[in-house]
Write a protein that binds this ligand. Structure first.
Ligand code: CAA
Length: 254
């Protein structure tokens, strides 16, 4: 296996584990990760994923050695990288806990998660231009939406790396956490998310993702309808009753 899986109550930690290749994302790793996550996605007792790597590297990119000798026809017919769509289709919230290098596909993997927490040692970049290619797992699209056109152009055209402070300032990273406590603090945040209704969390993240794609008017309408739909759930009843009765809500599974 190219990943390690650990469950802590309702949180599942997935650790990329190809240390000799700085967690370069080959097809096998991607298939293993997606297949494990697809199963757990359906499990009501799993409320949040934390995806992490090592101190040195979250992931140093897609596997260059796997791609090096491929032809256009190989890439086209394999529809290389299309399988990552299955990762984005996972509906359980996903936190990327990034320490060290998050480059190319590594940065793109972090951006396919819902939240990015970075250690003070994190370095983000899309250096594909140095290899004669461009980002291929959504980098030109998601990075531009997340940090804006001019910063995305700067990073993708120069291939330079961005440290954690710049990444936080740019809106790519939601918090910087000391490297020693990155995983623990990420798991704590994941446990908070997992303590709420999984249904509500799934609806919330889907609504936020719509903001990346819809006009404000359509997005607000989508949100309002999703808000209305939650009134069909026991979790809305429990959450609001608990507030009125001045007790802690119990969002029992599912
Ligand atoms: N693919 C395959 N192997 C990789 C890799 C990658 N993306 N990144 C690192 N490795 C391997 C190295 O080849 C090396 O293996 P060997 O010991 O067998 O030579 C091992 O990991 C350690 O790497 P380095 O010796 O280079 O370590 P370093 O500390 O000197 O440098 C680094 C670290 C700056 C991250 C450097 O490894 C590097 O530049 N890596 C490539 C980064 C990159 O270009 N990423 C983009 C990949 S393309 C892509 O991701 C396309 C896309 O959009 C999806």
């Amino acid at each position: 296996m190219n990943i390690k899986i650990e469950q802590r109550k309702r949180v599942v930690i997935i650790t990329l584990n190809r240390p000799k290749a700085l967690n370069a994302l080959n097809s096998e790793l991607m298939r293993e990760m997606v297949s494990v996550m697809q199963k757990l996605d359906k499990d009501p007792s799993v409320g949040c994923f934390v995806i992490t790597g090592s101190k040195k590297a979250f992931a140093a990119g897609a596997d260059i050695k796997e791609m090096e000798n491929k032809s256009y026809m190989d890439m086209f017919h394999e529809d290389y990288f299309a399988a990552w769509e299955a990762f984005t289709a996972i509906r359980t919230p996903k936190i990327a806990a990034v320490s060290g290098y998050a480059l190319g596909g590594g940065c793109e993997l972090a951006m396919m998660c819902d939240i990015i927490y970075a250690s003070n040692t994190a370095k983000f970049g899309q250096p594909e231009i140095k290899l004669g290619v461009i980002p291929g797992i959504g980098g030109t699209q998601r990075l531009t939406k997340m940090v804006g056109k001019t910063k995305a152009m700067d990073l993708i055209l120069t291939g330079r790396l961005m440290n954690a402070e710049e990444a936080e300032r740019s809106g790519l990273v939601s918090r910087i956490i000391p490297v020693e406590t990155l995983l623990e603090e990420s798991v704590e945040a994941a446990a908070i998310i997992a303590s709420y209704s999984k249904t509500t969390a799934m609806v919330a993240r889907e609504a936020i993702d719509r903001a990346m794609e819809l006009s404000l008017r359509e997005g607000v309408l989508y949100e309002r309808r999703a808000f209305h739909a939650l009134f069909a759930t026991e979790h809305q009843k429990e959450g609001m009753q608990a507030f009125v009765e001045k007790r802690k809500a119990n969002f029992s599974i599912p």
